[in-house]
Design a protein. Structure first.
Length: 471
């Protein structure tokens, strides 16, 4: 019955009112009857009895003449709501407003509060019984003579059966109010439980759908803060999974393109050689050089994929050692200088001779720097320039690679570091796997540094490596 969270939440919200509200109703009825209604009735009877005692005290002769006593009772009875009795100091019934007591006139009544009244005290007693007619409020007030002695007793009795209708009305009113409160509380509890269970159920179904490979879609983040945070985390997970799926598709597309392009060129060269082109020494040499270039590109492609795999599985390790940057950096740039000049680019280098010595992995940093230089040379048209500079600023070493290529739009600055991103065809990165900048940034971050970009269409690009001096 309670296997679902929704049922448990509904029960947890409704069960307390179902238990507490009836108990409160019973307690409220008891308090009203025992602490409000009955004390108020007793107080009212006590005031009436005092008034009757004062009137009887002004007529001392009535205690010896039953006829006068009965006449006084008959005169006061219409103005009172209780039964009136006049008793002698000996406890004998002298007069009564109830005709049923006519047979007991002159008899001694054994009343529980009579000794106290004879002692000059006002006594009030509430009698409870299973029979409504036997439940009553009894008040005894002594009447004192001129010598302060008790000359008689006034007794007022009020049967609770006469106010039972008021009790029933009070109880009905309280029951109605409590029932309305119970229904309202149950409705509110039901609504709150459903409001809490609905988003949890949606998240649960979405996670189950994710595990079963169903189509993913974002969830509404409405509801309590904790549930909204859970839905937000799921939406973030969905977005990342979609990004990974897009990256996977992009990887396959790029692989097919790159492998097909290079293998097509190699196959064409091989077919030309098999068709007799090897008889021409110059043509044979040109075709073999093209095959070697294609194989070199395939090797670089495999190297990039291997490095990306190492970073994804956490296999990226740094072999740090002290490196004098002023000596190491110029020698690292020599092959790239030759490539830039061979393309007809202007090559400028500004490296200070007093750069500090850092504990770095020179091969990894050279790889990151090589990826930046390769892009700068590849995407700068002949006649442009590539500038490499370095320096120290704010406890860090910076190495900048700037070019005069097409530039990168500001909205592309962060995406160029994403795996397999190759940008728009009218800008940079129309070729390749789109892994160079990703690998470069990961290598620099592994050293505790940063790879920054400053670029805009029409004014080239500048990538800056920042490494902390304490590295």
């Amino acid at each position: 019955m309670l296997r679902t969270l929704r049922r448990q939440l509904v029960l947890s919200h409704i069960l307390p009112p179902l238990i507490i509200i009836p108990l409160l109703g019973v307690a409220l009825v008891y308090v009203l009857e025992s602490q409000v209604v009955l004390p108020g009735l007793a107080q009212n009877l006590q005031e009436q009895a005092r008034l009757v005692a004062e009137i009887a005290g002004d007529q001392p002769g009535i205690w010896e003449e039953p006829t006068r006593a009965q006449a006084l009772v008959a005169r006061l009875d219409p103005d009172l709501t209780a039964r009136i009795m006049l008793l002698t100091p000996g406890g004998r019934l002298l007069a009564s407003s109830d005709r049923v007591d006519g047979a007991r006139l002159g008899q001694r009544l054994d009343l529980p509060g009579l000794p106290g009244a004879l002692g000059g005290q006002i006594t009030v007693r509430v009698s409870y019984s299973q029979q409504p007619d036997a439940e009553l409020v009894d008040v005894l007030v002594p009447v004192l003579g001129p010598d302060r002695r008790v000359v008689g007793i006034v007794r007022l009795t009020h049967q609770l059966a006469s106010v039972s209708g008021q009790f029933l009305r009070v109880r009905s009113l309280i029951a109605g109010v409590l029932a309305a409160g119970l229904l309202l509380g149950a409705a509110v509890g039901w609504a709150l439980a459903l409001n809490l269970a609905r988003p949890l159920r949606q998240v649960t179904q979405a996670i189950d759908g994710l595990a079963n490979g169903q189509r993913l879609k974002p969830l509404s983040e409405a509801g309590p803060e904790e549930v909204g945070l859970l839905a937000r985390a799921f939406n973030t997970l969905v977005a990342r999974i979609k990004d990974l799926e897009q990256a996977r598709r992009q990887l396959l597309s790029n692989l097919v393109h790159e492998l097909g392009q290079q293998l097509g060129a190699v196959r064409s060269a091989m077919q030309a050689l098999l068709g007799g082109a090897d008889e021409d020494a110059a043509l044979r040499q040109e075709l073999l050089a093209g095959i070697d270039t294609g194989m070199d590109r395939l090797q670089r492609l495999l190297d990039d994929l291997t490095r990306l795999h190492d970073q994804v599985v956490g296999a990226l390790e740094l072999a740090r050692r002290p490196v004098a940057l002023s000596d190491w950096l110029p020698s690292t740039l020599i092959p790239w200088r030759e490539a830039a000049q061979a393309k007809g680019l202007r090559w400028d280098v500004a490296i200070p001779a007093d750069l500090p010595t850092l504990a770095i992995d020179p091969d990894r940093v050279a790889q990151a720097l090589g990826n930046l230089l390769s892009n700068a040379i590849k995407y700068t048209p002949p006649g442009g320039s590539v500038v490499v500079s370095a320096g120290v600023a704010r406890n860090s070493i910076w190495i900048a690679v700037c070019d005069t290529g097409a530039g990168i739009a500001p909205e592309e600055h962060e995406r160029v570091f994403a795996p397999f991103h190759r940008g728009r065809t009218t800008q940079r990165f129309p070729e390749g796997m789109g892994l160079g900048l990703t690998i470069a940034r990961d290598l620099i971050v592994a050293h505790g540094g940063q790879l920054l970009i400053d670029s805009a269409p029409g004014r080239g690009s500048c990538f800056t490596i920042r490494l902390p001096c304490q590295a």
